[in-house]
Write a protein that binds this ligand. Structure first.
Ligand code: FAD
Length: 441
């Protein structure tokens, strides 16, 4: 039974017994590193840091040891914040209540690669999973632009990426089964399949910690990295929809205006001072893609080959152009995640919502999605823009908060059974009344 106050010393001693001295730490540097995530990308959250600090960090090296670590922590009444690579948006992996950070990054075994599926421990990097799939003539349905992040972290904190034009988000059939550990499982792994696995996806470990996952693979395709440039951003935007309709479907399509494009790390495919369109295309669609680019006055800059080259395009997609923009112009920009046809049809109005507004755009499952960057003035100005986005018919997600907002009721209901004392990632699964207008009060 959990005790009234967390027994950190007792847990430390037990984890040394259980995992070995090198797999547990209370050193300042390790604790500092375990207490931060991608929150630095949000100036709103950055102003509130630090939001929590770990007392202890542990690195179990396989799925069974993850379950044993959870059980030990529960015995000592210590809150547990799971962690993969720590790249998550934004504050999700910060240990608000202190306690244990359970870092899965050393539990990286790829257990099995079968026909149409792959089984791996939570800490396996997505890029390694893609390599393992390729070695068997298959590919992951999707992986995030943070390709070195972990399987457990991507399933718990992420949503999509390369492959999402066709396969949508990681809660849309990517996950076949999970082995989870939670306070009610008493040190055992609980195997959940199909629909029963979905409530653990994108809920930040608040209902259970993913120790092992089985995800879907599909037959490998012959991909090419494709770079085109344009005088005007509008011409690149005009191709977002036609590219999504290419058959076979591209794995990724990203477009940026010249300011964002110039902030990206330089490769031969990026032309200085020009708008950029980058795509991962099936080799069979190269001619049609080239025709489309030339039809709007653009030019193809480069075509690259091989998984490393195509992954380079993945790694400057989704939130990455914003990160590079922030590096080029420190302390200037924030962003909001946006979606809908208005991103293409009303680009000027959308960008005018915030001073200095500019859009990074992707294509996901038949609709444009993107990151709207703007010059950061204050948190209130960020929220004031939300009404304007709504009026334009733009869907948005507020990245400047850390609460579970994907099926929160379902997650709360599950967590009352799996984590009755609220030890898993405390502070992320808040009651509905605490959340007002996308803002945590
Ligand atoms: C520049 C940048 C680009 C990004 N691009 C993308 C993108 O393309 N697509 C996308 O979906 N996301 C993206 N993200 C968000 C994030 O990088 C990904 O979701 C990433 O896959 C998270 O993995 P991680 O190993 O870093 O997880 P962490 O950051 O360590 O954890 C993420 C969340 O999951 C929880 N967690 C971690 N491991 C487990 C586990 N085993 N069981 C249960 N809960 C767990 C953590 O407590 C936290 O709440 C981006 C972030 C940044 C900063």
């Amino acid at each position: 039974m959990p005790q009234n106050s967390p027994d950190i010393d007792g847990l430390h001693a037990e984890l040394i017994e259980l995992l070995g001295e090198k797999s547990v730490s209370r050193e300042d540097r390790a604790l500092d590193r375990a207490s931060v995530d991608g929150a630095y990308l949000s100036p709103v959250i950055s102003e509130k840091l630090p939001l929590g600090h770990a007392d202890l960090v542990a690195w179990p090296t396989d799925a069974a040891a993850i379950a044993a670590t959870v059980a030990a922590s529960v015995r000592h009444g210590v809150p547990i914040t799971p962690r993969g690579k720590g790249t998550g948006n934004y504050g999700q992996a910060i240990p608000f209540a202190g306690g244990l950070v359970l870092d899965t990054s050393r539990a990286r075994a790829i257990v099995e690669v079968g026909d149409g599926y792959l089984v791996a421990d939570a800490g396996a990097p997505m890029a390694a999973l893609e390599q393992a799939a390729i070695a068997t003539g298959q590919q992951l349905l999707m992986y995030p632009s943070t390709a070195n992040s972990t399987l457990g972290g991507f399933l718990s904190g992420g949503s999509g990426g390369t492959g999402s034009i066709r396969h949508a988000s990681n809660s849309d059939g990517f996950v076949l089964a999970l082995d989870v550990a939670h306070p009610a499982s008493g040190g055992e792994l609980v195997h959940v399949e199909g629909e029963d696995a979905q409530p653990y996806v994108h809920t930040y470990g608040t209902a259970g910690i993913i120790a092992r996952a089985t995800v879907r693979l599909e037959p490998l395709q012959d991909w090419r990295g494709f770079y085109a440039s344009f005088d005007r951003f509008e011409d690149a935007l005009a191709l977002i929809h036609p590219f999504a309709l290419l058959e076979p479907t591209p794995r990724l399509t990203s477009a940026d205006n010249p300011i964002l494009s110039d902030a990206l790390p330089r490769v031969p495919g990026l032309a200085d001072g020009r708008a950029s369109l980058r795509a991962i295309l099936d080799v069979a669609t190269l001619d049609e893609a080239t025709r489309l680019v030339e039809s709007v006055g653009g030019r193809v800059e480069d075509v690259t080959e091989g998984p490393i080259e195509t992954m380079k395009i993945s790694m400057v997609s989704y939130n990455h152009p914003i990160e590079w923009l922030q590096k080029a112009y420190p302390d200037t920009y924030f962003h909001v995640e946006v979606s809908g046809d208005a991103l293409v049809t009303r680009i000027d109005d959308v960008q005018a919502v915030y001073p200095g507004g500019m859009l990074h755009i992707e294509s996901q499952h038949g609709r444009p999605i993107g990151m709207l960057a703007g010059e950061y003035v204050s948190e209130d100005e960020v929220y004031a823009g939300f009404d304007k986005l709504l009026a334009l018919g733009v869907g948005f997600h507020n990245p400047h908060q850390w609460f579970v907002d994907f099926h929160p009721d379902r997650t709360r209901e599950l967590a009352t059974r799996t984590d009755p004392d609220g030890l898993l990632n405390p502070g992320k699964l808040v009651p509905p009344t605490v959340v007002t207008g996308g803002k945590v009060s």
